[in-house]
Each structure stands twice: as structure tokens, then as C-alpha cells.
Ligand binder design. Sequence first.
Ligand SMILES: CO[C@H]1[C@H](O)[C@@H](O)[C@H](O)O[C@@H]1C(=O)O
Length: 744
Amino acid sequence: MTELKQFAENIIIKTKSLSLVTHLILKPMPKFSFLLLLLLFNLGNAQNTRNLWLQYDLVTDPVVLRTYKEQLNAVDIRSAALNKQVIQDELQTGILSMLGKHLSFTSSNAEVVIAKLKDLDANEKQQVSKTPKLESDGYIIKTIPKGSKDVILISGLSDNSLLYGTFHFLRLLQLHESLSDLDLVENPKLSIRILNHWDNLDRTVERGYAGFSIWDWHHLPGLIKKEYIEYARANASIGLNGTVLNNVNASAYILQDEYLDKVKALADVFRPYGIKVYLTARFSAPIEIGGLDTADPLSSEVQRWWKDKADEIYNLIPDFGGFLVKANSEGQPGPNNYGRSHVEGANMLADALAPHQGVVMWRAFVYSDEKPEDRAKQAYTEFIPFDGEFKDNVLLQVKNGPIDFQPREPFHPLFSGMQKTPLMMEFQITQEYLGGMSHLVFLPQLFEETLQSDTFIKGKNSTVSKVLVGDLSGQKVTGIAGVSNIGTARNWTGHPFAQANWFGFGRLAWNPDLSAKAIAEEWLKMTFSTDPDFVEPMSTLLLNSREAVVNYMTPLGLHHIMAEGHHQGPGPWVDGLAREDWTSVYYHKADSLGLGFDRTASGSDALSQYGTEIEKAYSKIETTPEKYLLWFHHVPWDYKLKNGHSLWYNLARHYQDGVLKVEDMISTWEQMQPYVDEYVFRQTQMLLNIQLKESKWWRDACLLYFQQFSNMEMPAFIPHAKHALDYYKSIQRPYAPGIKPSWD
Ligand SMILES: CO[C@H]1[C@H](O)[C@@H](O)[C@H](O)O[C@@H]1C(=O)O
């Protein structure tokens, strides 16, 4: 009976969502109900992908399990009025699930003490007196002697710091790390760590591939869904502290009273998890919902309207974070509509929020209807003249690259150029240009590449990450935003591996210098298994996945050759059918001489926006890193790259390597069945096969399209090129004017 009970306990514990059920029914349960439960749930090796990285799997190594069980019996949560319950519940759920035992929460004899620095006793205070300075969200986890035994102290300055410390502590157990002699100090390097939801009020999600918006506006504020709590918990566990609820292509209605009540309900749910709510503000709201006939930022009635609106919001939500704004880009209204500048627009909103300590996150993604000579230059050209003119509570939110969330872009030149303005990074977690929910791409690799790029603004090693955290400019408000990939999909993100990108974004938001490798290992262990036979091959798979997608979509610096509108699948032959002048050649410039966009002084001169070191290095083909070659240069088809082969040969090689990498991913995954649940195994297997098909589609379509310009033989390693040709002919769309495919 004891064994059966243990067995049932383990299985039930594995279904984390049922841990409360376990709590209530295990002890008094008679024998037959165990069997019934087993039959009912028949859970086997059940990962519940809704639990994300908070699986809290039972520790299977008997030595580790025994040690943890001995070490953890009682916890003393001394402070944290606001989120004390959240901390206690998380510890109980985590420990019950991982160790199969209940913790008691008591002040006597506890092995773990969770308390703000000010609530420590004299002995504890003395033990931590030499710890480095803590920021408000920072924490320490330190083993200190107390009487005859060791106590683990989790401490910090604020309520939230204790929450973050608790999640870190639980992570140590998830990763099977030792709990002896702990001496950890963590400070977040960025103050605003935020998700941007591109969620519309009708619950569609712009560029969302994981179902509908999780915000059920219709039933709010009356119905508080469990998802809201799980969402906040997941974000808190990785250190995120804010969320913008609505799309940057905004509806003004979210600012109406009726919606603000709904927003308040969400803010109330998120507060104990340290998550602040922000909203996108539509610049023309004073007209659309305020009854004014202008939204001119210099009009006093418009200024009054925004001040009153801010007061109204803060009255409901005292810790409201502020506004995100997309202005004068892709048809959105903005100050330019009234002949005013971005600074005049942003500062007007900043004034309205300042009395409440709110911030304005003004987006630098300006993409005008006028055809610019080179879209990559536009944001820099428009914003540099305003450097230093924004109010203190304005941050300029800049996409990682100068075009638009491509599989690979050089960093945005505003990160080196705009030195007197607080800059926020904007990454896209949803995979708009990276295969939607069908492709497995581990984005922390992409994020790391941007964050560790050298801007050279204060000499070598002036990385983008240092710019962001304020080390180089001394900027006080700092931040990072990630465009969310979350939706109503049962596993939150559609592709089960897209959860890793949400997780990875959060971890990098806390510390932009973490390595993608460390993040991959953490996520795999927390989500699936700590077995090295799983973690090692799978982290290699994750870390190779980003280069695979770059290769089969846009190798060697190619960009924006995706199909028009939806951006899924290849479309080098057309971009914007309605715009004759914006046909394919705009981005890749393929012609009989070569391929690539000349952004040097002989071309659009976008390169000069990067400062002298980079300009000097990249102005010549020979000294430009090959990964950015076609971003900056128009390269002759027969130009010999470093390996001695022509551009054309190398292009084909990259496309083919991308496909081969996906084949490798499939064969690695086939070996992983024992470590993951059946459904996740099959789902990922099917998705990888779709990815393989689409990688070939990309390869064949792009190579065949470019071949008509290169006029060179398809290298022999490209299989079935002739079949692909038939396929391509069947899907091809109109060409750039004057260009005829060679097979016609
Ligand atoms: C929200 O609009 C998006 C648009 O869907 C997307 O295609 C482009 O990447 O960028 C825009 C932006 O970032 O504003």
C-alpha cells in the first residue's frame, strides 16, 4: 500500500495543475480511490505544457531528493505584505511537486527565511552587511549560520525582490543545484522589463500565431480568468515587471471609462506578482473619444485632455506604468499630422504622466508612406535631430535592427547615435518573419547577437547591452520590450518550443549579458528533463536553430524577401504589389551584375549612420562580416568569398545548409521521445516536418528566382532543382518591371 501510495503521489504530483487536489485528498484516501485516480488521470509521463517552465518535476535523483528533503521543512516569511501569499503558494506548490512534501510556514526553526533587509534580526543583518548594493528589485540568497544550523536567507529591499528571490530559489531546485553555502546577489540590469501585446480589442492579435488574445474584454472586469494569474506568475518567475495590454496600432477605446475598469481589474490581478500595466495611447484619442476637433500637442485643450485622462487612470490604477505610442508610422496618427515634431508629441504626454511617475515609451519605428531612399535610414534621420530634447520620463523604444525584426539584422544605428536620450530595446518574440508558429527558432541567440554587438561609441567593447543598461550614457530610466507570442493556445505559444523565447526574453531582460547557451540549458531542464542525454543534444539543437532559419530564408545579409503582407514564406519577387516602385529589387536589388543593397557611400550611405569604426570596416566588401555582406553591398555574382567560391555558389550553399540543419534537428528530436510527453513529442515532430518542407520551399524559390539574374549553374548539391522549377513557376508572381524569367 505504501508503494502504491508513493506511486500515485508521484504521478499526481507530476500533473502540477492538480497539486492542490493532491494536497486535499492524498492523506485520507482509501486504497480503491488511488486506483480510481490512476485510471482517471492515466497520466504517465505527463508534462502539462500550460505550466511552461514552472513544471516543478519530481526530483528523480534519490540523493538529490533526500538532501533537499532534509534541508527543507519550514520557511519563515517575515515581510512582504503585498505578495506574501503569492510567495507562500509558489513555495508550497513547487516543493510539494518537486519533493513530494509539505512545507510548514512558521517563524520557529525555519531553514529558509524570507524577509526584507529592514526586517532582519541583528545577527542576520550583520551576516549580510558586506553584500554589494541592492537595487529595489534586487535580492540576495545567502546561507548563514544560525545557532547550530544553517539558514538560507532570501532578502532584498522591496516586496518584489522577495518574489524574485523565491523564484530564483525554486529554480535552483529545478536545476538540481546544491543548496549549501549559497551566496548569490542579483540586481536586474534594466528597470522596465516589459511585454508588448499587439492584441486588439476584438481579441485578434496582430502577428499572433498562438490563437486569440488572452484578454477577455467582454467578460472583464467581472470574470477573472485563471490564465491571468498564470500569466502573471510566469512573467514574475523570469523577472518581467510590466505589460502593455493593447496593440501599438491602437484603438482609442481602451482609454474610455468602460475599458479602464477592465484594465484596472487586470492591474489588480497582476500587482502581487510585481507586474505593472501600461497602455498604448492612440495619438488621436482626444478627437475619437474626447470630442475635440484636434489632437495637436500644442493645443492647450488637448494637453488638458491628456492630463485629465492620466489623472483618471491613476485614480483607478495608482501604479499604472504609462503609455506606449506608435506615431506617424504605417498610417498611425501623430504630431506630424499637425506639423509638430515627435518631441512635441512625446513631451506633451510625458507632462501628463509626470505627476504620477508614469513614463512614455515613444517608438522609433517610423515607416512613412513616402518612399524613402532607404527605409533602413529613416528612424535615424528622423530622430537624431531631437537627441537630448525629450523629457526625463520619455524613453525612445527602438527595434533591434533598422528594418523590421528580420532573421538577421545589424543593430539599429540609433543605439550608437542617440547618446543623450534613454533608449529601450524592442525585440519581437512572436515570429513574424521567422516562420510564425511552425518553425522552431531559439530567439535568445538572435537577442544575444544584437545585445553583444559592438557600437564602438566609447571605444572597443561598447556593446549595445552597455548602452541599454546606461553604463555608457548614464541614462537613469532603462528598459527592454518584447512583442509577445502569447495567446489562447493550450500551450500559450502555439509551437511548444516558442515558450523558450518568452522565457529567454525574460531572462535577458533581467540580465542582458546572459548567454543564449545558459538560457537554453535552464529552459530545457526546467521544462523537460535535467538528464544530460537530453539537455546536451537539445541545447545544441536550440543553439543551431537560429542560424538554420537565417540560412534557408535570408543568408549572407539578405532581408525582407518574405511574401507580402503575411510575411510567411518566400517572396523575393514581390513586395507590395500595389506599389510598383517597391518591388522585390528594393530589398535585395538583384540584377545581372550581382545581389545586395549598397548602403556604402556609393549607395544609400546608411552605413555612415554607424560611426567611423564600423563605417571603415564595412565600407569594403572584403572587410565586411559575411553575415552582413548583402545588407551593405551589391556584390557581383562571381565575386569570390573567403572560401574561394563565388557569391552564387555560397548563396546556394547557405540555403542548402539551412535545409540540412533542419534535417539534423529532426534526427536529434527523434531520439528525445523518452524525455518528453507523447503529445509534445508528436506535435514537435510534425512541426519540424513542416519546417523542413518550408525550408526547401524557401531554398528552391529563392535560388530559382535569383538564378535568372546570376545566370549561373545550380550547384550539384542542390537536389531536384528541376522539380522545384516547376513548382516555382506555378507559384510565381509578377516580376520587377522589365525582368523576364529565363525559362519563359
Ligand atoms: C504593429 O504593426 C507592425 C506590423 O504588423 C509589422 O508587420 C511590422 O513589423 O511592424 C509594425 C510595427 O512594429 O509597428
